[in-house]
Design a protein around this ligand. Structure first.
Ligand code: ADP
Length: 319
């Protein structure tokens, strides 16, 4: 079982020729659908084949009803708390190159509390993996990770969005962190006090990248997602390092992306699902699967709705 603690948003998505500049009015193709990093990752974990529980807060509105209907359709065990605030929303623009600009209205997501999470002791203790992001209050995530640690459950923190703060008290509870390049630089500065630019990060050779990862999360595993370049893995002395390799890269799968919104979410959900389903497999195999899963998700428009099923990943990359 995977327990995801996180956000649900109703996404409003416009596809435009170019992202709007200040003062500019554009028209574009519009569609709406579910999103939020938490829900995207929960959907990915469920479709990647893991029994999945999703702990979140929802408003008493159409967005909340949408979340319940979709969770039920994907067989997600929804553990939602009713909030007075509206269900979370996001406004997303996507240009023809697949780049995006996003504004989020957290709404109910900001109301998820430590007390809510404490009521979810049973699914957390029954899980192999607890996965969370930084779109929910830190106290809620910290409580979930604390319970997971006590029960010997693997914790994965996706430190996104980049401007969110992960205090040291939360950081030490993560077995794995999964930043993209921007999030890596943001968290590195926050946790070490030193600044690295993303352009500098990508030019680092593997040994130097590993050294930076060791400083970012000394005890655990860092997986930096690198978009079309796949990802970089750096293990610490924690329990997830299984062979002599302390660090390695795994190339991305070759695909034709149409919309990379949610690629990181696909990666995290699939990584968690693979860890939960195949406890004996090597960590590199889980990352390999997550890479393929995330690559396939970029060939479809949308975030949660774009998450492929495990069988589709198998079929697409059968060698
Ligand atoms: P985020 O969506 O958080 O910015 P990335 O852009 O790093 O995260 O993408 C996450 C993962 O999705 C990558 O590690 C890779 O596995 C996959 N991915 C993203 N873009 C592509 C692409 N163009 N081709 C193949 N895989 C991709």
């Amino acid at each position: 079982r995977v327990v995801v603690v996180g956000s649900f948003n109703v996404d409003h998505v416009w596809t435009v020729a170019a992202l709007p500049r200040p003062g500019e009015t554009l028209s574009g193709h519009y569609h709406t659908g579910p999103g939020g990093k938490g829900f995207n990752q929960a959907t990915a974990a469920a479709r990647a084949g893991a029994a999945t529980s999703f702990v979140c807060a929802l408003g008493d509105d159409l967005g909340g009803q949408l979340a319940r209907a979709l969770a039920s359709a994907d067989g997600i065990d929804l553990r939602d708390f009713a909030s007075e605030a509206p269900t979370g929303t996001a406004g997303i623009y996507v240009d023809h190159d697949g780049r995006n600009s996003i504004v989020i209205g957290p709404g109910a997501n900001a109301e998820l509390s430590a007390a809510h999470v404490r009521q979810q002791q049973a699914p957390i203790a029954a899980a192999q993996v607890v996965l969370a992001q930084l779109e929910s209050p830190v106290e809620a995530v910290e409580t979930a990770f604390g319970r997971a640690r006590d029960a010997g459950v693997i914790t994965i923190l996706n430190p996104a969005p980049a401007d969110a703060v992960a205090p040291a008290s939360l950081w030490v509870l993560a077995d794995v962190v999964t930043p993209n390049e921007t999030e890596f630089c943001a968290q590195f500065e926050r946790h070490t006090g030193e600044r690295i630019a993303a352009e500098v990060l990508v030019r680092q050779d593997d040994a130097r990248l590993h050294a930076l990862c060791r400083r970012l999360l000394p005890h655990g595993t860092v997986v930096i997602t690198l978009g079309a370049a796949g990802c970089f893995v750096s293990h610490g002395e924690g329990r997830l390092r299984q062979d002599a390799r302390t660090h390695y890269r795994i190339a991305a799968a070759a695909v034709q992306p149409v919309d990379t919104t949610g690629a990181g979410d696909a990666f995290n959900g699939a990584l968690a699902a693979s860890l939960a389903r195949h406890a004996d497999a090597a960590f590199a195999d889980h990352v390999h699967y997550a890479n393929r899963y995330a690559a396939l998700s970029t060939e479809r428009a949308g975030a949660a709705v774009a998450m492929p099923r495990d069988a589709e990943v198998e079929a697409r990359f059968r060698t």
